[in-house]
Design a protein around this ligand. Structure first.
Ligand code: GUN
Length: 283
């Protein structure tokens, strides 16, 4: 039997309609400041997407496109100004910062006011995620949790395996599953016999960025398989880590790429911006 396809695009549309309704009820428009340093084409595409999403949901985006050689100090000064600007609700600095200019990404993330940190990358917010008391959830893991909830896949008591240990996805993903009472294993590039571990998963989440990594023999029959990755195949088409055609014949649920986790990640940035705006006095 073929797996249930978890339709992130449809769920994102529902969330966006709800966010649009809520932003319309704010006393003033929600504002997201988007900082882009340099001209990395992939980052430009992401930023354009975020700005389009904002426009669709009644959130005002302010773009700060800076030359790649602007330097750490000027970047920190801009963030300091945005931190103080009352009308700015959220601040996002698109990563990665350009190479070869001595940018210190950690220092940049630390400089963003945690109350405006809609990416949830600031160590203060990371700490709050760790203890299960967060105002903002990191967008990709939050999107995955929303998909699980929508399709009635409850992590409680389940074996959950997360492949990938990035600060942005793998680690917070594991934490959110743990808070929902999953039994969580994190795998990574040095995990021996990866397939033996993934084959035990009731919920398997792959966030590596390696096409064809998760094959059908690595998946437990009936498992829920979430593919967070965005890779390109030999023809330049978007694909994830999971061998979708084979795994969908074995899994119980599966996310497609594109149309699974991607749209939900984008929606969670809007949700966090709404949270930032709604949490202020007088909103
Ligand atoms: N670069 C890739 N993904 C992200 C993200 O979610 N936020 C930011 N700020 N930069 C990114």
């Amino acid at each position: 039997m073929s797996a249930i396809i978890m339709d992130g695009k449809a769920l994102a549309a529902k969330w966006k309609a709800d966010i649009r309704e809520k932003t319309a009820r704010l006393a003033r428009p929600a504002v997201l400041a988007v900082i882009l340093v340099g001209n990395n084409p992939a980052s430009r595409v992401y930023v354009n997407g975020k700005e389009r999403d904002c426009a669709e949901c009644g959130i005002r985006s302010q773009e700060y496109a800076l030359p790649e050689n602007i330097g750490q100090r000027a970047l920190l000064e801009l963030i300091d100004t945005l931190n103080r600007e009352q009308e700015v609700d959220g601040i996002l600095c698109q990563l990665p910062l350009p190479e070869g200019y001595d940018y210190d990404e950690q220092e940049v993330l630390l400089s963003i006011d945690p109350r405006k940190d809609v990416d949830a990358f600031h160590p203060y917010n990371v700490g709050r995620i760790m203890i299960g008391d967060s105002t903002y959830l990191p967008c990709t893991p939050a999107g995955v949790m929303a998909l699980l909830d929508e399709y009635g896949v409850d992590p409680a008591g389940k074996r959950c395996v997360v492949v990938g240990r990035s600060n942005i996805v793998g680690k917070p993903m594991a934490m959110l599953l743990l808070h929902r009472h999953g039994t969580v294993t994190i795998c990574h590039s040095r995990t021996p016999n990866l397939g033996e571990v993934t084959a035990q998963a009731d919920i398997l989440i792959s966030a590596v960025g390696k096409r064809g990594l998760i094959t059908a023999d690595m998946v437990k029959p009936g498992a829920c398989v979430i593919d967070v990755a965005m890779n390109r195949d030999g023809e330049g088409k978007l694909c994830g880590d999971v061998d979708f055609p084979a795994v969908k014949e074995k899994a119980g649920w599966i996310t497609p790429v594109p149309g699974g986790c991607g749209p939900m990640t984008r929606v969670m940035l809007l949700q966090n911006t709404l949270t930032a705006a709604a949490g202020k006095k007088g909103s």
